[in-house]
Design a protein around this ligand. Structure first.
Ligand code: GDP
Length: 606
């Protein structure tokens, strides 16, 4: 919907009238989402939030800085500031991954399977990846040297298989935690002389949690003490029954060293792929996932993307999370330039403005303006969701999620100190399953809580329970930043009581606000990029990043956080009571002397 630029106060009415004819896009055309906050609108029109609030007030709309307004209301301000507006329609918004599955079946064509190799350390994952790469006939023909770009494709009997070149379930689950599932089949490598080890079990559980079928490769068959039967036996103890014993798990003996059995393995992967009926529409705009990315000193940001549906073309404008760019060139793993890349093809893409993260979803959008507005919108959403990501689940939020129909099971990663306890706790938890909600132990093992456990909980939208088990530093940090709930218990009764209450919605949210301090504004300074308040810390402490509200005559007029904190020109982390400091507040400039800044935090009551 396009509309005339109006400067009159009844612009809202004008906006509602919707001009019938489309106006050509020009520099002053703003694409505005259907809803946005006042702050976001201010950034879009390039004005301060106060100006926007004033303008809204003039038109009879009272809105605070973080208030969400609709498109119609936003157009009032935009028009007054001389912009034409256009609503960002659903079609122009980011198509989500689900789109891949919603294709018209007649457009779907078979695509190559994407395979990740997992297994215990030293069981031969890397060597197997190298050996498979060498089997590729096409590689020999071209004669190019294969580079590591994060994934490669091999041809087997005229069909293709794509291998993710970073082995291990950690990378696999980290990608899933970011919402990306690229793997269709997991190849579980187990050394025939060593058998099932702790990371083998992790790999099994991580694959199962993702619903990815497993093909077992019993490796190192060239060794004298290779004992494949023992491996098969151990697998059955972990719920993987091989075909020859009446189960459905394919198990192929191989040697990455002698290349024995590799062809058999590849053929079996093709077989599993066929059963899965992997398909994609190659005719649509491309969607995919970043596999890995780096900053190349001469070519700038380079990202290997796995195209999952559609065809990526040179010249396409792509958005990866909060980064966008135009595809200037694409290369395959042999350094060959490609003009187009279809489903399941990994390509190294040149042309992004910065280095994206592995696991970022990539989409193609119509033009750079749309890409820019999408990225700006996402950056705002990230800023707004500052404290903890919304994806993680907590025991307190369980009931809400069940009631909202979002989940039907409570996924738990369980760690305990010893096997006996682990088994007892596991049984007790599984017994709690009810009709409405099933308790699902995604992974149970002895030992400390690791980063891999935290990522698995995040990817499974579950929680971690440590029974006489604590997290290592990496896991603690990860849980903190991702908002993953880790619960510690040493008495089964307490654990069962908490989980039962959570399932019945009786576990109250236990966050309380704790006031951490107050500062008085004594002077207002202009600095580059805005205004800061020269303050005296009256009580408590002020710290950078802390939640803050600005009080004027005891009334809160703005709530956000401490964006900057300085003492004598130096950035500091915190300032104690009795000292003076300069405080900058995010999204707020309008300080007056005698304002009070109240610092607070949300703390979980335990
Ligand atoms: P990863 O940690 O699972 O990636 O294991 P690597 O691929 O690094 O292999 C670990 C060690 O096992 C290396 O010394 C390899 O040379 C060796 N290895 C891997 N596959 C085989 C195999 O099939 N036979 C023998 N004898 N050694 C192997």
């Amino acid at each position: 919907m396009a509309s005339d630029a109006k400067t009159s106060k009844d612009a809202k009415a004008a906006a509602e009238q919707a001009e019938p004819e489309e106006k050509p896009a020009d520099d002053r055309l703003l694409v505005i989402p259907s809803t946005l906050t006042v702050r976001q609108l201010a950034e879009l029109v390039g004005a301060s939030p106060v100006e926007v609030i004033k303008d809204l007030m003039k038109n009879g709309v009272m809105a605070a800085i973080n208030q969400v307004i609709d498109y119609e209301t936003a157009t009032i301000v935009a028009h007054n500031m001389g912009f034409q507006t256009q609503e960002e329609t659903a079609a122009e918004e980011a198509p989500e991954r689900a789109v891949i599955e919603e294709e018209d079946p007649s457009l779907l064509k078979p695509r190559a399977a994407v395979v990740t190799i997992m297994g215990h350390v030293d069981h031969g994952k890397t060597k197997l990846l190298d050996a498979i790469r060498k089997t590729d006939v096409a590689a020999g023909e071209v004669g190019g040297i294969t580079q590591h770009i994060g994934a490669y494709q091999v041809e087997v009997h005229g069909q293709h298989i794509t291998f993710i070149d970073t082995p291990g379930h950690e990378a696999f689950t980290a990608m899933r935690a970011r919402g990306a599932q690229v793997t269709d089949i997991a190849v579980l490598v187990i050394a025939a002389d060593d058998g099932v080890m702790p990371q083998t079990v992790e790999a099994i559980d991580h694959s199962k949690a993702a619903g990815v079928p497993i093909v077992v490769a019993i490796n190192k068959m060239d060794l004298e003490d290779a004992n494949p039967d023992r491996v098969k036996q151990q697998l059955s103890e972990h719920g993987l029954i091989i075909e020859e014993w009446g189960g459905d798990v394919i198990c192929v003996p191989v040697s990455a060293k002698t290349q024995e059995g590799l062809e058999d393995l590849l053929e079996h992967i093709l077989l599993v792929a066929e059963v899965q009926e992997l398909k994609a529409n190659s005719q649509r705009a491309a969607v995919g996932t970043v596999i890995e990315a780096e900053l190349d000193s001469t070519r700038g940001p380079m990202a290997t993307m796995l195209v999952q549906a559609g065809t990526l073309q040179v010249g396409d404008v792509i958005v990866a999370d909060e980064i966008y760019g135009k595809v200037k060139a694409m290369f395959n793993e042999r350094g060959k330039r490609l003009k187009a890349a279809g489903p399941s093809t990994p390509v190294k893409v040149m042309g992004l403005s910065a280095v994206p993260h592995a696991g970022d979803a990539v989409i193609v959008v119509k033009n750079e303006q749309l890409a820019r507005s999408l990225v700006t919108e996402r950056q705002r959403q990230t800023a707004a969701a500052s404290v903890r990501p919304l994806r993680a689940m907590t025991l307190e939020s369980l009931y809400g999620e069940i009631s909202a129909g979002k989940i039907k099971e409570l996924n738990i990663v369980l760690k305990a100190d010893v096997q006996g306890t682990l088994d007892a706790v596991r049984t007790a938890l599984e017994r709690l399953s009810e009709e409405q909600v099933r308790v699902n132990i995604v992974h149970a093992a002895t030992g400390i809580i690791t980063e891999s456990d935290v990522m698995l909980a995040l990817a499974s939208k579950g929680i971690v329970i440590g029974f006489n088990s604590r997290p290592d530093t990496g896991a603690s940090r990860q849980a903190e930043t991702e908002g993953v709930d880790i619960r510690f218990y040493d008495v089964i009764y307490n654990l069962i009581e908490d989980v039962t209450k959570a399932m019945q919605g009786m576990l109250e949210p236990v966050y309380v606000e704790v006031v951490e301090g107050h500062t008085e504004v004594r002077q207002v300074f202009r600095v580059r990029g805005g205004r800061i308040a020269g303050c005296y810390v009256r009580d408590g402490v002020v710290s950078r990043g802390a939640s803050a509200r600005v009080l004027r005559q005891d009334e809160p007029i703005h709530t956000s956080r401490v964006a900057s904190l300085r003492r004598f020109q130096e950035d500091v982390k915190e300032v104690q009571a009795g000292y003076e400091c300069g405080v900058g507040i995010e999204g707020f400039q309008d300080f007056q002397e005698e304002d009070v800044i109240e610092l607070y935090s949300q703390q979980r009551k335990s």
